[in-house]
Design a protein around this ligand. Structure first.
Ligand code: HEC
Ligand code: HEC
Length: 383
């Protein structure tokens, strides 16, 4: 999987996007949705009003978030040792954001890579309003007025520029291909649906618009946080740094190829599962079992950077949000999910081979027949 290759391929498809969009609207025979597919030209992005999460509590989270109570749950962080604050007034911020980013219906050209041009963003805006805004909302705050409020886990709030399912690196932005995979496959076990039935060009336009909202939201978030902490505030420098983060992710090296361990029942593969199990249960600060207790049957919830909580995956009944292919799992383990409190498992402590071993174990965990007998006895003590 080469990042460069997919960029060119997408480039060609995006050109076809608007034409395909027109076609799919015709086919859908969208009665009366004309006014529904575009944001009103007078609408501006509302300034951020919900609390900023400045510091997370150091301890595990108490449990899942409460449906419809996102902001209440965030406000409770202070009582658990975290720190939140109302957004302060920042002179010139609204004007900077409006001049730089434009409005929901008429986004400005960001003069950046990733096709963040006026034309692409204007098309992306319509598609986003139609397919995403019910959950992710106008600003991308994940507090959509319809479904967005009530599904748990809550829809992603893009406004800190933080994501979960990346193949770029620990704590890095997603590659464009990562966001496209999320849209194509959805996130299993959550409300985030698959948009595989749309044209690839349409998904590409929406991914561009998500990048735009994430950049806008992150500039706003960081400017508000800097003001709260009495730090200097150079909005233009901030925007440049944010766009450079996206660039860096796109240029990250590809994942290493999976070793050939043969079929799951071969001795080499069984040995890899056994080594993976040993690493999984080892005594270490970043050992899997600390959070994925009893192989995930007894998860220890973690706080997320948004002030929400995440439940560590269950490997006995897995629903991997970011995909179950070996390369998906390799990226999850290697780079962690820092925004959800799962640490990276980096070199030199964990070699590529160690991470593949963990992947072999995790992939087989739900199928007792695929486990070596000693591992099976540990994972399924009461068969
Ligand atoms: C029915 C609600 C719903 C709709 C509609 C929806 N999403 Fe989501 N989306 C979610 C939820 C819930 C999550 C977060 C799941 C989690 O963090 O476990 C999410 C997460 C995401 C993420 C974050 C992935 C990551 O790596 O962190 C992206 C990007 C995303 N959605 C894009 C979109 C786009 C683009 C659309 C429209 C094409 C869309 N979503 C429509 C509910 C929705
Ligand atoms: C400090 C806690 C913590 C540790 C240690 C940890 N994880 Fe996680 N892990 C999490 C959390 C929290 C999630 C859930 C993220 C979400 O669903 O948003 C998760 C999710 C996952 C997922 C599922 C990703 C998906 O696509 O849904 C895999 C796979 C995973 N962890 C593997 C591991 C392995 C293997 C180890 C040890 C090498 C490990 N984790 C160590 C907290 C942790």
């Amino acid at each position: 999987m080469s990042a460069g290759g997919s960029r060119y391929r997408l480039g060609a498809l995006a050109v076809a996007g608007p034409a395909l969009l027109g076609l799919s609207l015709l086919v859908a025979g969208c009665g009366g949705c004309g006014s529904n597919t575009e944001y009103p030209p007078t609408l501006t992005f509302p300034p951020r009003a919900d609390r900023l999460v400045l510091k997370l509590p150091d301890k595990p989270a108490p449990g899942p978030n409460r449906s419809g109570k996102r902001d209440d749950d965030v406000a409770e962080l202070d009582a658990h040792g975290g720190r939140t604050a109302d957004p302060p007034a920042v002179a010139g911020l609204d004007v900077f954001l409006k001049d730089t980013f434009g409005t929901p219906a008429a986004p400005n050209d960001l003069h950046a890579p990733f096709k963040l041009t006026k034309a692409h963003l204007a098309e992306g805006s319509k598609l986003y309003k139609r397919h995403c805004a019910d959950c992710h909302n106008v600003t991308g705050d994940g507090r959509g007025q319809k479904s967005g409020q009530f599904v748990v886990p809550f829809p992603r709030d893009y406004r800190q520029g933080a994501f979960k399912f990346v193949t770029s690196g620990a704590g890095l932005k997603p590659r464009r291909a990562d966001l496209l995979r999320t849209l194509n496959d959805g996130l299993k076990g959550t409300a985030m649906p698959s948009f595989a039935l749309l044209q690839e060009g349409e998904r590409d336009l929406m991914v561009g618009y998500v990048t735009y909202l994430a950049a806008r939201g992150q500039v706003e978030f960081e400017a508000l946080r800097a003001q709260t902490e009495s730090q200097p505030n150079d909005f233009a420098a901030r925007l440049k740094a944010v766009l450079a983060e996206w660039d860096r992710a796109e240029a990250a090296p590809p994942l290493p190829a999976a070793p050939d361990d043969g079929e799951p029942d071969t001795p080499a593969h069984q040995e890899a599962i056994r080594r993976g199990h040993r690493l999984f249960t080892a005594k270490a600060d970043d050992a899997c079992a600390n959070c994925h207790g009893e192989y995930g049957r007894k998860p220890v919830f973690r706080y997320e950077v948004w002030g929400t909580t995440a439940k560590p995956a269950n490997f006995v009944e897995p629903q991997f949000k970011g995909g179950a292919r070996p390369e998906d799992l390799f990226a999850r383990v290697r780079f962690g999910i820092p925004s959800a409190g799962m640490p990276a498992h980096g070199a030199p402590k964990y070699t590529d081979r160690d991470v593949w071993d963990l992947v072999r174990f995790v992939s087989a965990g739900s199928a007792p027949a695929k486990l070596p007998p000693d591992v099976r006895a540990a994972v399924y003590p009461n068969p």
